[in-house]
Design a protein around this ligand. Structure first.
Ligand SMILES: [Zn+2]
Length: 405
């Protein structure tokens, strides 16, 4: 069942009793983490069994559902910690920021007025008024969406909206995309016709590079003061993260709107297990994170909108000829050339191979797809996204972004 977290800001400052609840919740989470580490358990059930009675005594005023939910948060922290220890991290985890989570039985949201009723302890409830914009109204007024958990932070809440049943449409065409550092490159195949498509996000790599350089400089300059250096780096990291994330969402939205209007299945490479491509200059290596993140965003938004996504193993996709099947020995320049005469942009070539893998793996498109190299329109590049579009909310005449649904 697809779930989407929507952020709401509080209309007024957080009441002191809620702030107290947040602190108490954090305390409970950290105690549960410690108990879990000691007893070497990580599941919520095991934690509940282990510590519920003690906790009931230690936090006599806390609403019992919140207490159970603190075990849930602790369990997820412990799970992450256990995964990290496999890679050598050892420091015991704890939750630093103020937060609490409540399952949907533990709060009431009036979807008309945007007021949350949150129980604090027996007989004591608190009302939180949310700022509701038109964007929020879309989710609040949609009766097909049910409410999931609530995450409360000092200035905002995140409410999970769940869609009961989404019908994924039967694709009538395919949009196959090869994911690169600065762009998604691929083909849009519709029956017999195929055209190259591109969604460019060069600024993501630029932001990464700039922050990478700045971080290095900071580390050097503040070498004598590790604490300040760490603090500054972390602040840099957060800013970088937010800006990249914003851009990735825009790219994903454009791709999905296009796929929705054209009734396309989206084909992506499975990035799992892919490390950096070989690059001599270690400093110029950019992390895989934005590309993985972009896939994640595309996948969950596609699920929400009912757009089919197929992920395939990208092995040999950049070295195989989609026409005759020959595998080239090594990478070439920006163009893929084969003895059989086929040649095209390297990234587009890779996306053709991804599409073929998807079809052999069972991707079915109504009416079928036939890729005919003769019909491939090399010169008609469709632009799904380019940075200039960021400034514009309306699609312009020359590009083909689908209208936002
Ligand atoms: Zn060939």
């Amino acid at each position: 069942m697809p779930v989407k977290g929507i952020v709401f800001y509080l209309a007024s400052e957080i009441p002191p009793e809620v702030l107290f609840l947040l602190k108490d919740f954090r305390l409970a989470v950290n105690e549960a983490i410690r108990a879990g580490l000691q007893a070497r358990v990580t599941s919520r059930n095991a934690l509940t069994k282990l510590a519920y009675k003690d906790f009931r005594r230690g936090h006599p005023l806390m609403y019992s559902q919140h207490l159970v939910s603190s075990f849930e948060v602790a369990a997820s922290v412990l799970k992450n910690h256990r995964r990290r220890t496999r890679y050598g991290a050892t420091r015991a985890p704890y939750v630093k920021r103020l937060m609490m989570k409540a399952e949907n039985q533990a709060y009431v949201l009036d979807r008309e007025t945007g007021v949350i009723d949150l129980p604090i302890r027996a007989g004591c409830h608190v009302q939180l008024k949310l700022v509701v914009s038109r964007y929020h109204r879309r989710y609040l007024d949609d009766e097909s969406l049910s409410l999931g958990s609530l995450t409360l932070l000092p200035d905002r809440v995140i409410i999970a909206f769940k869609k009961e049943s989404v019908k994924t449409f039967a694709p009538e065409s395919a949009l196959s995309l090869d994911t690169n550092e600065r762009s998604l490159d691929g083909v849009f195949v519709n029956g017999y016709s195929a055209s190259p498509v591109k969604a460019e996000f060069p600024d993501v790599a630029m932001i990464q590079q700039r922050h990478h350089d700045r971080r290095k400089r900071l580390q050097k300059k503040k070498a004598h003061d590790r604490r300040t250096s760490r603090h500054l780096c972390r602040r840099e990291g957060k800013r970088e993260h937010d800006r990249i994330q914003y851009r990735l969402h825009q790219v994903a939205d454009s791709v999905l709107s296009f796929a929705e209007t054209k009734r396309s299945a989206i084909v992506l490479e499975d990035l799992k297990g892919i490390r950096h491509k070989k690059n001599k200059d270690v400093n110029r290596r950019l992390s895989m994170w934005p590309r993985r993140k972009l896939h994640q965003i595309i996948e969950y938004k596609a699920e929400w909108r009912g757009i089919p996504v197929v992920k395939v193993d990208p092995r040999y996709s950049s070295r195989t000829c989609p026409i005759c099947g020959r595998i080239q020995d090594s990478r070439m320049g920006s163009e893929f050339r084969c003895e059989c005469g086929w040649h095209t942009d390297r990234h587009i070539n890779a996306s053709l191979n991804l599409l073929q893998t998807a079809i052999t793996k069972g991707l079915e498109v109504a009416g079928g797809l036939r890729f005919d190299p003769g019909a491939f329109q090399h010169d008609v590049m469709m632009t799904l996204y380019e940075p200039a579009m960021a400034a514009r909310s309306e699609p312009n005449g020359t590009s083909c972004i689908g209208e936002a649904a």
